[in-house]
Unconditional design. Sequence first.
Length: 145
Amino acid sequence: MSWYFYVGLIASGAISIFTVPQLISIIKTKNTSYINIPMYFIYLIGCLCFLIGGVLMACGIGIGNDPNITQRLSSGLPLIIAQSICGIVSSTIFIWKLRNYFAAKRAKITEHQYCLQLKSVYDEYRHKIHSLSHHEKVEVIEEKE
């Protein structure tokens, strides 16, 4: 593989890591009120376009006359890797955002208020679970089964 394959892999890793802190923040706070729906929608379209471009390059389309397998993979593989990871993480964030947004609309409160309520319920549940003894936790698990 040539040097630009490795540069592409480094760029893929950086782009893939780009969205992870946002997802971690949402998991911790349960707050999506600061996420902009149109921005994430446009970002997901961009990820999809880059993914399609990477697949086309890996197939040898658009990268010169009769490229060999090394040229095709070094051109397309980094894009495929990065945009697949970004697409999955960003889609998760986008779906979470839409879920919270529409749930807040149904409850006729602001999304921020809904997220605060969601976090308080989650924290209360976690506190109850942590306060249970080991025997009580086993009973709860057996009841679910």
